[in-house]
Design a protein around this ligand. Structure first.
Ligand code: DGY
Length: 322
């Protein structure tokens, strides 16, 4: 008898066909996202769940007596309650590696976009404000040869460092829980303690995963250590930053600009202060969102799911659940 899986979002037909070879599929086919209550009801018969951000906590697990695996189409797994999953022996998997270059590309887009004020000046042209003699007020900052500080030097951090060093001749420093001697040698990056990195960098890029230790890792104290000319970029999770402190740092000129792909609450509220700040570049959490990469992520997640349900080791079990 094939195991039953529930898929809580649209996935490519080819990926679904692969899962169907091994599993009975129940899926959410509506255009609107499903509610928590609807998901809980679907858990009654599922052996596997394919999702991207659904909160996997004690409540969901209580509704899922047959659940063996949750496969997330994401590298981040901060939506997993690891303790609750471990207690019930539920496997959790994610999709690392396949998105590294795509997310690194977006980091560069935010660095370039904030430094050269791309979105702000696009609006300026389209609003018919461009006049001869505007010159100085359109100036931005150089990216090439500037100092980039990367907080969280995992695989994506290394992909960013490679682009920054060899594409833009940037001086790259990093802070990480552990030193990366190989990256230091191959990429010519230097390790700095966090506070030193904050004081040194023209661009501070936050890439650290969201864990209990990284909640509000960057707050008022850290913004005060940065240069007034510094640009802060966040492509990790909104909760790694004290968002109120960031708003104040931008309003008071403690730092100069921010490029943000992630927010404390997503989607962002319509009256959020960021939406009226010209020095904040906002994106709707699209770090890994290209057609090719999202396909690869969905396929890898499907492989993880099927392996876990057919007695094989999934390629990407979340470390803490091994
Ligand atoms: C990830 O894969 O974790 C990206 O942030 C998309 O959620």
């Amino acid at each position: 008898m094939k195991p039953t899986v529930f898929i809580d979002r649209q996935i490519p037909a080819e990926v679904e066909a692969f899962i169907a070879e091994h599993c009975i599929i129940d899926k959410w086919d509506e255009k609107t996202p499903m509610t928590r209550q609807q998901l809980l009801l679907k858990m009654a018969s599922a052996n596997g769940l394919l999702t991207a951000g659904a909160k996997i906590d004690a409540e969901l697990i209580e509704h899922a007596p047959h659940l063996k695996v949750v496969s997330s189409i994401s590298v981040g797994y901060n939506h997993f309650d690891l303790e609750a999953m471990r207690t019930r022996g539920i496997i959790g998997t994610n999709t690392p590696h396949v998105l590294n270059d795509t997310v690194a590309d977006l980091a560069l887009a935010l660095i370039l976009g904030t430094a050269r004020r791309v979105a702000e000046l696009d609006r300026y042209v389209k609003d018919g404000k461009w006049k001869t003699g505007d010159g100085v007020k359109l100036f931005g900052k150089d990216v090439h040869h500037a100092k980039l500080g990367i907080i969280g030097m995992g695989r994506i951090g290394e992909a960013v460092a490679r682009r920054a060093r060899f594409g833009f001749d940037m001086d790259v420093v990093y802070y990480n829980r552990s030193r990366k001697p190989e990256a230091e040698e191959q990429l010519g990056v230097r390790y700095f303690e966090l506070n030193d990195l904050l004081a040194y960098s023209d661009f501070v890029l936050l890439l650290a995963p969201l864990t209990p230790e990284t909640v509000k890792l960057i707050g008022a104290t850290e913004f005060k250590l940065m240069k007034p000319s510094a640009i802060f970029i966040n492509i990790s999770r909104g909760q790694t930053v004290d968002e109120q402190a960031l708003i104040e740092a931008l309003e008071q000129g403690t730092i100069s600009a921010a490029g943000l792909d992630v927010f404390e609450k997503e989607p962002i509220e319509a009256d959020h202060p960021f939406l009226t700040m010209a020095n904040v570049l906002t994106l709707p959490h699209i770090g890994s969102a290209t057609s090719d990469t999202r396909f690869d992520m969905a396929m890898l997640a499907a492989q993880n799911l099927v392996n876990a349900l057919t007695g094989q080791v999934p390629p990407n079990v979340v470390d803490e659940l091994l």
